[in-house]
Write a protein that binds this ligand. Structure first.
Ligand code: PMP
Length: 394
């Protein structure tokens, strides 16, 4: 028998370094405030940007979805058939994203596994920003393509890598970037990336998981934010963050989506979203299409919170979005800060290696439209208290 104690030892070492992930059990639904371990705490770490996780309209839509369609999809869509509901969601999403077609899969993670492997082979090259999300990295690993990594947001380095790929004789060149970088909240320089990919005849793919429902008009995402409709070949999105549910999608030309329905392994070999999730997602897209009020509240909350923290002397990195990293650099300090926040009534996780590079530990604060000004002021006062206590600010 394998001696599992070696795994225990590894976890003890992680704990020693402040890198053991602590998973909290929620005793209440996702919302601005949570009950955890019998304590009421302000939620500052979910991706529930617009507060839709507990939205009445979405809940009703999910219940109606169950009443009409049951609880499960039966099998994979390519074998057991696609529910009309799935098609409806894909049509609504395509209209919202202003693209020809979309393919919905079980998660944003799976959306990357769905689109990257089918479109490249060993004759091709993939070029990836060094800080791209783990699901992109894993999607790339599933291919035999040649790999090139460019320095974070450095378009000159991207061009150098495109030239290398050309010299190496790559047939297709697939350029992939996060739209919003999930741990720093900074944006990809998409207009300049479009320019380079056009110059080298490359395919451009953007993973906009943290931009969906956040950036652009009505939260249409980073492509809309920069006015680049028609210039990005492939968009990947998630339904699990601002949309408040779960699921992921690929958006692009009809021919691409039709091809993925023949080739994408998470679509062909794993069952689809349940009726409840699908119906709730349709309601979320309709809600966002009809009003941008929640998106506006999210941004005013995020601007306010960042200004307050900066005024206190905190380093909030290079964030351009509601993702607010409070940079502490040292993993142990970051873990201690998060622990003290929890004691003071704030749930905000410490993020360390390998999620972020070594020596770049931080508290990652996620702002939501569901936070009130009073909530944000409460959080600011606690950051000030603990920041001074731990010597992070004066
Ligand atoms: N891409 C990016 C950039 C992400 O931040 C995430 C979520 N952390 C995902 C993909 C995966 O999305 P999901 O949670 O829907 O699988």
């Amino acid at each position: 028998m394998f001696d599992f104690d070696v795994l225990k030892k590894e976890m003890e070492e992680l704990e020693e370094k402040g890198l053991l992930v602590k998973i909290r059990t929620l005793e209440s639904p996702q919302g601005a405030w949570l009950n955890i371990e019998g304590k009421k705490v302000l939620n500052m770490c979910s991706n529930n940007y617009l507060g839709l996780c507990f939205d009445e309209e979405l809940k009703e839509a999910a219940i109606d979805g169950i009443r009409k369609w049951g609880v499960g999809p039966g099998a994979v869509r390519s074998i057991a058939g696609t529910l009309e509901l799935h098609n409806e969601l894909e049509t609504e999403l395509a209209r919202f994203k202003k693209v020809e077609s979309t393919l919905v899969v079980q998660s944003g993670f799976n959306a990357n596994q769905s689109v990257i492997p089918p479109i490249v082979s060993e004759e091709d090259a993939i070029l990836s920003d060094e800080l791209n999300h783990a699901s992109i990295i894993d999607g790339v690993r599933l291919t035999k393509a040649m790999r090139y990594v460019w320095k974070h947001k450095d378009v000159d380095d991207l061009e150098a890598q495109l030239q290398k790929a050309e010299t190496d004789g790559a047939r297709r060149k697939l350029v992939i970037t996060d739209g919003v970088f999930s741990m720093d909240g900074d944006l990809a320089p998409l207009p300049q990336i479009v320019e380079k990919t056009n110059k080298y005849g490359a395919i451009l793919m953007v993973d906009d998981a943290h931009g969906e429902g956040v950036l652009g008009s009505h939260g249409r995402g980073i492509v809309d934010h920069y006015g680049l409709h028609g210039s990005v070949d492939i968009e990947v999105g998630t339904l699990s963050k601002a949309f408040g549910i779960v699921g992921g999608f690929v958006a692009g030309k009809r021919v691409l989506i039709d091809y993925l329905k023949q080739k994408a392994r998470p679509f062909l070999f794993s069952s689809s979203l349940s009726p409840a999730e699908t119906a709730a997602a349709i309601a979320a897209v309709r809600k966002l299409s009809s009003s941008d009020e929640l998106v506006k509240t999210l941004w005013s909350n995020s601007d306010y919170f960042k200004e307050q923290l900066k005024a206190l002397g905190f380093d909030t990195g290079h964030s351009e979005t509601p993702i607010t990293p409070v940079m502490l650099y040292d993993a142990k300090l970051s873990a201690a800060f998060s622990k003290r926040l929890f004691e003071e009534g704030i749930f905000a996780s410490s993020i360390g290696f390998p999620t972020v590079p070594k020596g770049k530990a931080r508290i990652r604060v996620m702002i939501s439209a569901s936070h009130s000004r009073k909530d944000l002021d409460f959080a600011v006062s606690k950051f000030e208290l603990i920041g001074k206590e731990l010597g992070v600010i004066k």
